[in-house]
Design a protein around this ligand. Structure first.
Ligand code: FES
Length: 917
């Protein structure tokens, strides 16, 4: 039934507006869909995330909770009203401090902070935390947001502190303002749901309410006769291969299920309708009959026969197993002076990026174009083309800004669905997942059950380790094979382990699909290993940091895969840098605990290492850049920036390799029709792999320019007003670019280069060279715990990360702070429960009040393979956080929590267990 409209008048950013809408329509929808003010974001439609925060008068409100009728006569302010002529001091401060990463939360943060600053010009950190407590950020860890608001009164000019006009050769190592930063702080950035064509059909997805069920459709024609419905599509309408997966040999997931669903939330049909009809359509009446089948959410008993290890297509089976063995682990453990054994269980973790998946598709002149948020445009193109039966050159993927993506936006989700509707109807088709839909249908972090034993000699040198882990990969493969392969390589931590055996199995269940999530299983395995290291240190009577330092990998060491690390190993330096902080924290905790009974302080430490890029698989990136006739350097930057900063970092690398300043650069963003394939934004590979491709392309372009000018490599370049000047000593050669022949892209000089990390396959025992570059880090967690309640209060993190070379230190620190925030969530609060977790009010992620101060130490041990020595760091930074917290809990209480997250209930259970024993 269509809801009656009513005229509603109010002011937006000082301008009177009048709309005719249903009075109960959400104000957020009216602002975005009727007035085009898409700076106001929608993350949950339930008042949980605060992305839609606007000002009603002077008060921040969630526009998604406010009916349009309540705005009658009111004055509303949105992010578009801040600094209309120039950036406001607050916006400039956000830019200068690097407070916007993906930027999806930024408008809400800015509006909440504006309300605060209008009352308190120079707020304290506490006041900022209180004022911004209702707005969630999944990227930044909040520290830079706090700094930006506290410092806004200084009216810091981002151009003064983050100078884009750095002289040539000085971009690497500087912190210029991020090149894509201004649209993020003005609200003009277009995310997946911000630019739907007005004539687009709305697409609704029918999903399974059961973990496993058979189904059949009944009278689809009758439902299709509902006013406003244009078409209904099922698996029978799919023209290609109705199976996809990021790893082609494991492609097992249908875009639309055919006769049976394997997980709750699986898509079975699409309803394409007019947008007005979508708002009122009762999808509960969709004609489908379900027959629930027996299911399991827990991993079944592992099958270990070789046949089962290959590729099972039934839930409950082993999908794949990874394995690494070196030396004689059983003999080494038997001979060890001291051994420790433990078991750890972890939970499903939801990505909880603030932007649910969104995008639109249209078919034009034989080309299907999809405009959507993503981490992997070229992969999207391949998978979408395969599903829809198109050749890849007939599919174009144009990524929008991506409002957070930590792995889940690598898998295609809505792309083939909206593509199908656009192809079949000839009309644009648009879809923005609801929060519940996003949570139910997209991938999670693998829940893991792990056991391990580590043995050491009397001096505390690790002699051997065995590890076994079972990873619940859910209904379909996704990145299950990647996790199973990556975990055994990393489960020893960044330590010399001469005798070692590790196995990991990805197990099918009827739970949500587990896929890529910042670390591919390594965060779980590191919890197992690092908590055992603490027990080992205590048993041996060795300081916990010192035990790690004694065993740390060094240049020239061999890893558990037999890879000799020739250079760039910085874990020892990270631990050295933490040493004084460790002593100070332990002394403070000891003094505090001597005077406190019910509240105890704990200090924990944990390390990480992480291979950058795919595990022993090809992983190339290609970057193109050139000089345009107009006199600017055009960088085709296909490495999708999901907030981590690749747009800026790769440009910095290219600028210094080319020898021109960053101010000469113009970005052409990712678009499969324009930019070469720079691979997926995953596996901490973009700074290293795409950065190295950019470095090669820039050096090749420089060579071309110098050859054209007949100059030597020592010559300098200067680019201004369409003129390239090459000078060397007293000689100057001026090249009028407008006189040169342009290519199809308008470039008069161009170069394109690829880089693929030099890895080697792993043999049957997991021996080989899985990664060309590793990054390293260690973190200290300080906390207080209330022994009566089991509640944890974090006091401080100190993080030392070896990034090889900090291409952009401000962005690197931002990554570390954001990773720590996600690690806090994993350690203490985040647990996705299939069938029960529906939204961000029943899935808690850290708020601005949950992240304590973070002191970051950037360690630079250059890697010979990385661009300017740089290593990746995006995933590394989350890995040590949870084990450092668990080790701090154990230090404070004497108990080990064996199920993560360590909620107050679980901590109290562990305490009761010790007290009653
Ligand atoms: Fe806050 Fe991405 S920058 S959610």
């Amino acid at each position: 039934m269509k809801t009656d409209r009513a005229p509603i008048s109010f002011a937006v950013n000082g301008t009177p507006v009048s709309v005719s809408v249903a009075p109960m329509r959400r104000l957020s929808s009216v602002l975005r869909d009727e007035l085009g003010l898409t700076g106001t974001k929608v993350g949950c439609d339930a008042g949980d995330c605060g992305a839609c925060t606007v000002l009603l008068g002077n008060q921040p409100v969630c526009a998604c909770l406010m009916p349009a009728a309540a705005a009658e006569g009111a004055s509303i302010r949105t992010v578009e009203g801040l600094g209309e002529q120039a950036l406001s001091a607050l916006q400039a401060s956000f830019l200068a401090h690097g407070a916007a990463q993906c930027g999806i939360c930024t408008p809400g943060m800015l509006m909440a902070a504006t309300a605060l600053l209008e009352h308190v010009a120079q707020p304290s950190e506490e006041q900022v935390r209180d004022a911004l407590g209702g707005v969630l950020c999944r990227c930044t860890g909040y520290r830079k947001i706090i700094d930006a608001v506290v410092e806004a009164w200084r009216s810091v000019s981002p151009s003064r502190h983050c100078d884009l006009h750095l002289p040539a050769g000085h971009a690497v190592g500087a912190s210029p303002v991020r090149l894509d930063g201004v649209p993020k702080v003005t609200g003009s950035e277009k995310f997946g749901g911000d630019s739907f064509p007005t004539d687009a059909l709305a697409v609704l997805v029918v999903r399974s309410p059961y973990h496993r069920a058979a189904f059949r459709f009944s009278d689809l024609d009758a439902f299709k006769a509902t006013p406003g419905i244009v078409a209904i599509f099922t698996a029978a309408d799919i023209g290609g291969v109705n199976r996809f997966g990021v790893i082609p040999s494991f492609a097992d997931q249908p875009a639309l299920a055919e006769t049976e669903v394997r997980f709750r939330g699986e898509a079975v049909a699409l309803v394409a309708c007019e947008p007005w009809a979508a708002r009122d359509l009762d999808m509960a009446t969709f004609p489908i009959e379900w027959r629930e089948l027996s299911s399991t959410l827990e991993p079944a008993q592992a099958q270990t026969s070789d046949a089962a290890l290959l590729h099972a297509d039934r839930p409950g089976n082993v999908l794949v197993r990874g394995f690494v063995e070196r030396g004689e682990p059983d003999a080494a453990l038997a001979a060890a002076t001291c051994t420790v054994t433990g078991q750890i269980e972890t939970s499903y973790v939801e990505h909880a990026y603030i932007e649910p998946e969104a995008g639109y598709a249209f078919a034009d002149d034989g080309m299907l174009t999809i405009v959507a948020c993503t981490q992997a445009p070229h992969l999207d193109r391949e998978e979408t083309a395969g599903i829809l039966g198109l050749s890849t050159d007939k599919v174009r993927i144009v990524p929008t800004a991506t409002g957070g993506g930590f792995g889940s936006k690598i898998d295609v989700s809505l792309q083939p669905l909206i593509g199908l509707v656009a192809l079949k109807t000839g009309r644009p088709a648009a879809l923005a997942y609801t929060r519940s839909e996003s949570m139910a249908s997209t991938t999670k972090r693998h829940p893991a059950t792990m056991t391990a034993t580590i043995g050491a000699d009397a001096r505390g040198m690790v002699r051997g380790m065995v590890f076994d882990g079972e990873f619940n990969t859910g209904a379909y493969a996704s990145f299950g094979p990647t996790v199973a392969n990556r975990v055994p390589v990393h489960a020893c931590g960044p330590y010399v382990t001469p005798n070692y055996r590790a196995s990991a199995r990805a197990i099918h269940t009827n739970g949500p699909i587990s896929g890529a999530f910042r670390g591919f299983g390594v965060p779980q395995a590191t919890i197992m290993q690092e908590t055992l290291f603490d027990e080992l240190a205590d048993m041996l009577g060795i300081d916990r940091l010192q035990l790690r330092r004694n065993n740390a990998l060094r240049n020239g060491c061999e890893t558990v895969t037999g890879q000799r690390l020739e250079g760039g190993v910085g874990i020892g330096e990270c631990l050295d840098k933490l040493e004084p902080h460790w002593r100070r924290a332990l002394d403070e905790a000891e003094a505090f605990n001597a005077a406190s009974e019910s509240i105890k302080r704990g200090v924990g430490i944990a390390s990480c290492w992480y291979g950058c890029g795919n595990t022993s698989l090809p992983n190339p990136s290609t970057i193109r850049l050139g000089i345009a006739a107009e006199g600017n350097v055009v960088l085709h930057q296909g490495a999708v920036d999901i907030g981590q900063g690749s747009n800026t970092v790769i440009a910095q690398i290219a600028a210094d390799a080319l020898g021109l300043p960053l101010s000469n650069f113009t970005l052409r963003g990712a678009d499969t029709a324009i930019t070469p394939d720079a691979g997926k934004t995953s596996a901490s590979r973009q700074t290293y792999v795409s950065g190295r491709a950019a470095e090669k392309a820039a050096r090749a372009l420089r060579d071309k320019l110098l050859r054209h000018a007949n100059a030597s490599p020592a010559a300098h370049l200067y680019l201004e007003n369409g003129m390239l000047t090459v000078w060397e000593g007293e000689t100057r050669r001026h090249i009028d670019l407008s006189r040169l022949e342009r290519d199809a892209g308008g470039l008069v000089f161009a170069a394109e280069e690829s880089y693929d990390p030099p890895t080697l396959p792993l043999d049957a025992k997991g021996q080989g060279k899985p990664y060309a570059v590793y990054g390293y880090g260690a973190q200290i967690a300080e906390l207080e715990i209330d022994l009566r309640l089991g509640t944890v209060s974090l006091r401080k993190f100190t993080a030392a990360h070896d990034v090889g070379k900090a291409i952009n230190p401000l962005l690197a620190v931002g990554q570390i702070e954001g990773g720590i925030a996600q690690g806090i969530g994993m350690a203490l609060m985040e647990e996705y429960i299939p069938g029960r977790t529906e939204n961000l009010h029943d899935y808690l992620i850290p708020t601005i009040g949950d992240v304590p101060s973070i002191e970051t130490i950037l360690v630079e041990v250059p890697d010979p393979e990385g661009p300017f020595g740089a290593k990746g760091l995006g995933e590394h930074v989350l890995i040590p956080t949870a084990p450092a917290i668990l080790n701090a809990i154990r230090h404070a209480t004497g108990v080990s929590v064996r199920k993560v997250p360590a909620t107050p209930t679980r901590i109290m259970e562990a305490l009761r267990g010790v007290r009653s024993s």
